[in-house]
Design a protein around this ligand. Structure first.
Ligand code: SF4
Length: 181
């Protein structure tokens, strides 16, 4: 039977009869990257594009990410899609803080990334004013293909992240620049 399913490549390692040796870091990265649990923080139109990304045409389940988490404690990817009012900034930060490490952030669309067309007193001019962002997806709104591309870029980060990164002085300095201990 023909199938379009491609199998994820095993991390580089040494093979022999009955054994396969690789780095624990690479195995953990591969497992994490293909089982990301997203938490959608969708506030406006970009959220609709994200819903399309989840639905059957684009089917995020192909990436192991069909399990939406509406509890920050059971999520490792915060997807911010939509306009974020300044009043909402502390709530977004609180959601981020409730997520366990390792956690990643995808900023979807112009509003989340830079305030978009809403250059006004009430709109946060980019979520990176309150939390660190790993990948930005441009567009107003971005198409589902772009959101998928953003998620694939997150997967690359996850796959290649060192297990020591979260304890590194650079990461701690990044968090402390946001007032996070
Ligand atoms: S970037 Fe455009 S589509 Fe997305 S939330 Fe803002 S106004 Fe809506």
């Amino acid at each position: 039977m023909n199938s379009d399913i491609t199998i994820a490549e095993a991390p580089p390692g040494i093979e022999g009869q009955g054994y396969f040796a690789t780095l624990l870091e690479k195995t953990i990265g591969l497992a994490r990257a293909n089982s990301i649990w997203p938490l959608p923080f969708a506030t406006s139109c970009c959220g609709i594009e994200f819903m399309a990304t989840m639905a059957s045409n684009y089917d995020l389940a192909r990436f192991g990410s069909e399990r939406m988490s509406f509890s920050p404690r059971q999520a490792d990817l915060l997807i911010v899609a939509g306009t974020i009012a300044k009043k909402m900034g502390p709530i977004l930060k609180q959601v981020y803080l409730q997520m366990a490490e390792p956690r990643w952030v995808l900023s979807v669309g112009a509003c989340a990334s830079s305030g978009g067309i809403f250059d006004t007193y009430s709109v946060l001019q980019g979520i990176d004013h309150v939390i660190p962002v790993d990948v930005y997806v441009p567009g107003c709104p971005p198409r589902p293909e772009q959101i998928i591309d953003g998620i694939m870029k997150i997967q690359e980060l996850v796959k290649h992240e060192s297990l020591r990164r979260r304890n590194s002085p650079e990461y701690k300095a990044l968090l402390s620049s946001y007032g996070i201990q």
